[in-house]
Design a protein around this ligand. Structure first.
Ligand code: SF4
Ligand code: MG
Length: 321
């Protein structure tokens, strides 16, 4: 497996304001020692409840925020410390698809301008005529009519707006799409259409995905491999079928048990595992999951578990293993 992207020990801490004069500044541990690889052509799913650090991980990888520690390699080059000038051509290949297609599309831009903007930023293609042809081709590829180029984002449904967001990401010949909850703002009936479009485009363009969702069923549908995050850490990582059939970490088991059998809107409330996520400012000692864990032992509150390979390609951080 040649890695397209490799993250090693990625960490992001935020120093918060002092609660009282002279008291120490609390540290929010948003992402803690996260490592993973995404192979060329692979979809790597990142799943976890909101606040688990998934979006922060995505932003770190794209250098939208600065890492506190760790490194990221893209096509064999360490990118976090590259000068902006050297990073720009690589950044062009790494595009983001956002959760809220309404919020991420500038409402004062026509569709044409939205899709052209990244081409202008990266000066590819160079001429206005080539760009216009490319906009038309991209709209057709994402299932929209080329005549929609003259319209405004508000004239489209949520699903159509996400198609525009995807066309925008593809405008500059991306190789890696980082999709952060790309369907969670959409109606369930539209979600499958967008996911299937993303799969088709992946094959057509030879894309790789870092695919982020809180919904395990969505991640399962999309991913070749899955990592589960809890309180800023990856607690389990395995091939898709393996994690579904033989989940090892008690938190993963809890997530799977919470997936409703019939995915209809009324059942959504059931998709929340029991117990509250502790604050990342004061994570529980030892295994951060221990206050919610049905399998916890004495050691769990004292010592943080180390990630271990329990089967080929299947890694879990839990004292049970
Ligand atoms: Fe549960 Fe202990 Fe494993 Fe943490 S280390 S998940 S508390 S059994
Ligand atoms: Mg998020």
């Amino acid at each position: 497996m040649t890695a397209l992207l490799k993250a090693e020990g990625l960490t992001k801490h935020y120093r918060l304001a002092r609660p009282r004069l002279l008291s120490p500044r609390p540290v929010l541990r948003a992402v803690e020692d996260v490592s993973f690889e995404i192979a060329e052509g692979e979809t790597f799913g990142l799943v976890g409840e909101s606040g688990s650090g998934k979006s922060t991980t995505a932003r770190l990888v794209l250098r939208l925020i600065a890492a506190t520690a760790g490194r990221v390699e893209y096509r064999g080059r360490s990118i976090l410390e590259l000068p902006a000038r050297d990073f720009r051509p690589l950044r062009r290949e790494m595009q983001m698809v956002f959760q809220d297609p309404a919020g991420s599309l500038n409402p004062s831009y026509r569709v044409r301008d939205l899709i052209e903007e990244p081409m202008i930023v990266h000066r590819t293609p160079a001429t206005a005529r080539e760009r216009a042809e490319r906009v038309a081709a991209l709209l057709a590829q994402v299932g929209l009519d080329p005549s929609h180029a003259a319209r405004w984002p508000h004239e489209f449904s949520g699903g159509q707006r996400q198609r525009i967001g995807i066309a925008r990401a593809l405008a500059v010949e991306a190789r890696l799409l980082v999709a952060d909850e790309p369907v969670s703002a959409l109606d369930v009936s539209v979600q499958a259409q967008i996911l299937n479009l993303m799969r088709t485009l992946k094959d057509q363009h030879g894309l790789s995905y870092l695919f982020i969702a809180h919904d395990l069923a969505v991640v399962k549908h999309m991913s070749d491999r899955v990592a589960v995050m809890y309180l800023g850490r990856i607690v389990e990582q395995a091939p898709r079928a393996e994690i579904w059939r033989r989940p090892a970490h008690p938190y993963t088991k809890m997530l799977i048990a919470a997936v409703p059998r019939a995915r209809v809107p009324d059942h959504r409330a059931a998709a929340v595992p029991p117990g509250e996520i502790p604050s990342p400012v004061a994570p529980p000692p030892g295994c951060a999951f221990h206050p919610r864990c049905p399998a916890r032992m004495a050691i769990c509150a004292q010592q943080a578990p180390v990630a271990k390979e329990i089967a080929p390609g299947h890694v879990a951080a839990c004292h049970l293993y």
